[in-house]
Design a protein around this ligand. Structure first.
Ligand SMILES: Nc1ncnc2c1ncn2[C@@H]1O[C@H](COP(=O)(O)OP(=O)(O)OP(=O)(O)O)[C@@H](O)[C@H]1O
Ligand SMILES: [Mg+2]
Length: 291
């Protein structure tokens, strides 16, 4: 059975690999070789032009992450609170896109929906040309752990674990303890390199309570990068930090974008921070208003 699908790999995961959503190493980890890997590198030959034209039409780049007419309300008892009322959002690959808006305008709601932490009432969310708003829990977990990195205002580090262990948690969860254990040296090396990269090489054995706010956010950034995501979703990553420390966190994010072409979508209520992105959108009245 040469075309048998590898065990434990859902149709969605295979599709995501084909669409190059999941990194190649994940495909190899699942033993997926040949067409699945090749598909992500394969460029189909261009179709023969129907009519001769002097200038080819300029192709608009497809966004890596987009929402179409997204609606979300919360229900509190008999009360319905409409938050998103038809949000069209697009984040281009390799860019930093910032989302700004007043407190309560739905920034976190939008980011959580795009990160598949919650489901919209209606509308579409697409990631790398794949619809992701109707995935089941297992598919969401697979997508989040392999393609998305997330950072939050309050870091969400585990207090009992060291900095290094916190960075390794996504790998432990997605690989399971046995497979993590088998390749632990490789993963520890990667975690140490990431901590070095965010300037925390000297804090690997510290626990969160022994770190400053900026150091905790650096740890959270390293943790978000351990699984080599295609996109980083950040909810007010500088919101709990003073101006200088927030600036240092922004410098790290901009360096990641510049040097590794990492796509970043970042929520902030700070105009000065938002302006450091390539593109900024404002949420007002539950819709997007381009700034
Ligand atoms: N789980 C929930 N249940 C009920 N209402 C909610 C829930 N989560 C958010 N809301 C409401 O939805 C609205 C948007 O919340 P959201 O957290 O997305 O805003 P935000 O723009 O991120 O605000 P902030 O800048 O203060 O973080 C708010 O009015 C909030 O009270
Ligand atoms: Mg918020």
């Amino acid at each position: 059975m040469s075309n048998a699908e590898p065990q434990g790999l859902s149709a969605l995961e295979i599709r995501l690999q084909r669409e190059s959503v999941l990194p190649d190493h994940e495909a190899r980890r699942h033993g997926v070789t040949g067409p699945h890997i090749a598909a992500s590198k394969f460029t189909p030959p261009a179709a023969a032009p129907e009519a001769k034209s002097e200038k080819p039409a300029k192709k608009k780049k497809k966004p890596l992450l987009e929402t179409k007419n997204l609606h979300k309300s919360y229900r509190k008892g008999r009360l319905t609170i409409p938050v998103l009322r038809g949000v069209d959002f697009a984040a281009e690959e390799g860019k930093i896109t910032t989302i700004i808006g007043q407190s309560g305008s739905g920034k976190s709601t939008l980011l959580h929906l795009m990160g598949t932490l919650d489901s919209p009432d209606s509308g579409e969310i697409n990631f790398a040309n794949t619809r992701i708003d109707k995935l089941n829990i297992r598919q969401r977990d697979a997508l989040r752990s392999r393609a998305f990195g997330m950072i939050f205002q309050f870091y969400h580090l585990l207090p009992e674990l060291t900095t290094l262990e916190n960075v390794l948690t996504p790998i432990m969860i997605s690989h399971g303890m046995w497979r993590y254990w088998a390749a632990r040296k490789k993963f520890r090396k990667r975690a140490e390199e990431l901590l070095e990269m965010v300037g925390l090489g000297h804090r690997v054995t510290h626990k969160p309570r022994e770190l400053s706010g900026g150091e905790m956010q650096r740890t959270a950034i390293a943790r978000a990068l351990i699984a080599q995501p295609r996109i980083l979703l950040a909810d007010e990553p500088t919101g709990n930090l003073d101006e200088q420390t927030g600036g240092e966190i922004m410098d790290i994010l901009k360096r990641l974008n510049r040097e590794q072409n990492l796509t970043i979508v970042m929520v902030t209520h700070d105009n000065a921070i938002a302006e450091q992105g390539h593109e900024t959108i404002r949420l007002t009245g539950g819709r997007v208003e381009k700034t």
